[in-house]
Design a protein around this ligand. Structure first.
Ligand code: PGA
Length: 243
């Protein structure tokens, strides 16, 4: 695992963008997995700018959504795919056939198999970009998720329901289940980038970096992936005492 700390969130976003832009230049038909949340917004802004300025060509790239709430309408504005479309995919003019997503109201087993198949059909994941959950989750892989887990429907933990309540108006409105790419699915990505920003992530980042790999903390799969990079800004950097 490579651990890179930048001074600012802007620099963190620059570094992540540089990785994605280099990847799409080297392999235009790359398959990217992208997360939702606050952390990747600076990265997405840079990718949209690069695309619009003609500095990057995403016209052959394929994008998979890391996770999705279950049981909602596909058109629900709060769907994670809808959010990713608004923030990145629509501004980059990515067509539907190059977006791999779960159908929120689909039959769980069918959806899980369809996503695994779609990832394989598209040559496997080239770069998986992840955010770090406050409880160490990756996507909806909550603590306790097996390291060899595949795409599946899961129950959200009370902690994840709380942290998503802001997007839904109240905790009661947050769906109780969601689809996620599995930890095994993510481990198979050729490159793995975990982005971490802000002082509120310092503790969970310290536990992630310290390891060892444990299913109690899904993000510790960075110790198992042969090509993992943890990109953090200084605010999230654990203190010496924590390491
Ligand atoms: P955040 O979310 O980027 O909004 O901090 C990360 C997560 O909970 O997975």
């Amino acid at each position: 695992m490579k651990f890179v700390v930048t001074d600012t969130y802007e620099q963190l976003s620059d570094k992540a963008a540089a990785l994605i832009l280099a990847q799409v230049q080297n392999k235009p038909r790359s398959l990217f997995v992208l997360p939702t949340g606050a952390t990747p917004l600076g990265l997405f802004r840079r990718l949209v700018e690069a695309g619009k300025a003609g500095h990057a060509d995403f016209s052959a790239a394929v994008f998979a959504v890391l996770d999705e709430y279950a049981g909602i309408a596909t058109s629900d504005r709060r769907s994670l795919c809808g959010w990713l479309r608004r923030e990145l995919l629509d501004p980059l003019a990515i067509s539907d056939d190059r977006i791999l997503t779960f159908t929120p109201h689909g039959e769980p087993q069918v959806e899980a198999e369809r996503m695994e198949h779609a990832l394989a059909q598209n040559g496997g994941i080239d770069v998986a970009v992840l955010g770090l959950g406050p409880n160490g989750h990756l996507g909806f892989n909550e603590p306790g998720s097996a390291f060899d887990s595949g795409c599946r429907l899961v129950s959200l933990t009370p902690e994840s329901i709380r942290s998503n309540a802001a997007y839904w108006g109240s905790e009661a409105d947050v769906p109780r289940t969601g689809f996620t790419l599995g930890l095994g699915t993510l481990l198979a990505a050729r490159d793995f980038v975990l982005m971490v920003s802000g002082a509120h992530k310092a503790d969970i980042l310290a536990r992630t970096i310290n390891g060892p790999a444990s299913v109690d903390l899904p993000a510790t799969i960075v110790h198992l992936h042969p090509n993992a990079i943890v990109l953090a800004d200084r605010a999230a950097r654990p203190s010496k005492a924590q390491l």
